[in-house]
Design a protein around this ligand. Structure first.
Ligand code: MG
Length: 242
């Protein structure tokens, strides 16, 4: 899982450092990511997911712009100065998955957007800090919710973090809202993907006619950060660290 996580981290680092710029299309980003994942002899986890579905995800990354929260399908959309884009990447190598996401600024962005990115990344790291042996999933969930809501944001209800390993989505679910002391007890060696999704406006979301793209109902900005972690006796280790 470390090796799968490192590939995901490399893709996201390239996104941040060179690929996400004004004028690029989300389809361009998908092609670059797909090439890099396969160069490492890994398989993009998201392409064709879930197997056997009527509308499996058609691309190797999710690219979700502005009011798009998660699961955006890459395409001809050109990223413009001031946009924010969430890039979600999964890689499957030697029987294991890695899964992570970052929301990146496209050129110079508004102070409002910058604050949202900082709050969403901060919520992720607060959740990771709560991922300790003896805590429960509810401690992670409640920590993320408190971090976001105390800064004036909503957390999505319909989409959650998750166990990850031989399958991309395993038990337990780790929602971005919850109650301290509830849920599954965290044990050494558990691998989970934590993924706060924050909304500037209301918490209601819709899925577009493409069957995948999740947008805020009020059209306001959203952001998403994710890491795959393993719980150790000394706290959480991030397997998809950039
Ligand atoms: Mg995930």
């Amino acid at each position: 899982m470390r090796r799968a996580g490192a590939i995901v981290a490399e893709v996201l680092a390239r996104m941040r450092e060179e690929w996400v710029v004004p004028g690029v299309t989300t389809a361009d980003l998908n092609a670059l990511a797909d090439e890099l994942i396969r160069k490492h002899n890994a398989i993009p986890s998201f392409k064709g997911y879930p197997p056997g579905a009527e509308y499996p995800f058609p691309a190797s990354i999710c690219a979700s712009v502005n009011n798009e929260l998660v699961h955006g399908i890459p395409g001809p959309r050109v990223l413009e100065e001031g946009d924010i884009v969430s890039i979600d990447v999964g890689a499957f190598l030697d029987g294991y998955h890695g899964d992570a996401a970052i929301t990146l600024p496209v050129g110079k962005i508004s102070p409002e957007a910058q604050r949202l990115l900082e709050a969403t990344e901060g919520a992720l790291y607060a959740g990771i800090a709560a991922a300790r042996v003896g805590n429960r999933t509810g401690d992670i969930s409640a920590t993320i919710q408190e971090y976001a809501e105390s800064r004036g944001y909503n957390v999505v209800r319909e989409y959650t973090g998750h166990g990850i390993g031989r399958k991309m989505h395993e038990a337990p679910q780790v929602p971005n809202f919850g109650v301290h002391g509830k849920g599954v007890r965290l044990r050494r060696g558990m691998t989970v993907a934590l993924e706060p999704m924050l909304l500037t406006g209301g918490k209601e979301v819709d899925v577009l006619d493409d069957h995948w793209t999740v947008v805020s109902r009020d059209g306001r900005l959203t952001a998403h950060f994710e890491h795959t972690i393993v719980i150790t006796k000394n706290g959480a280790e991030i397997l998809t660290r950039l």
